[in-house]
Design a protein. Sequence first.
Length: 251
Amino acid sequence: MRELLSYKKYLYSGIDLLFPPICLCCEKRVSEQGSLCGECWSDIRFIERPYCEVLGTPFDVQLESTGMIDLQSAEAIANPPSFMRARAVARYDVHIRKLVSRLKFMDQSELAPWMANWMIRSGRELLNDKPIIIPVPLHSKRQFFRRYNQAAELARYIAHAEKLLFEPTLLRRIKSTRQQVGLGKKQRQKNMVGAFKVLEAQKCELRDKHVLLIDDVFTTGATLEAASRALIRAGAKQVDCLTFARVVRDT
């Protein structure tokens, strides 16, 4: 055992020598692989409580201790979503946007384990009930051109790390929707109508199950809402959502 640990130590030292660890955001030298430099780390706005316990939206005002454990935003009360809870690692700011873009468009799939580890930390309460892990799927045409689904890469690692069931094909994207970038909330909602489906033969695998839906970014929630509705209609007992980033519009 001691010899194995010694071997791993020299192996990792050799990897660091050949490929010096750099900051995941700015590419400055750092002390270990898969980390951020101090400057980038301090610039990231991680999402911590207090936040809306349903939508995961951080409150911009400092809340005094009220003894309440189920704080909800006005949006969650006025328009309750189909999913039970949504959580995210950080606000979709400049450094987080870089990480998402590199994973999504630049084939840097090696970022997925590091991003997923942060998601596990932020979504711990959603993982405790041992849910089925399902990524938000891409339409087959888009996946063909993009070559892989970044949400599936994140979901695969989370499921493996937590020893949970990973089901990337239970939820299908049957509608080739237009790109959501540049669309307002109502346009996004309309765009996602009828986008997802669970095949009749697979509904038995979802019946009365707790599902954790994984995606890279929560923007308006239209995609996660449409996917959650499809899962609930197919028989899922509860759907929660976990993303790496969350768009937060300052008020």
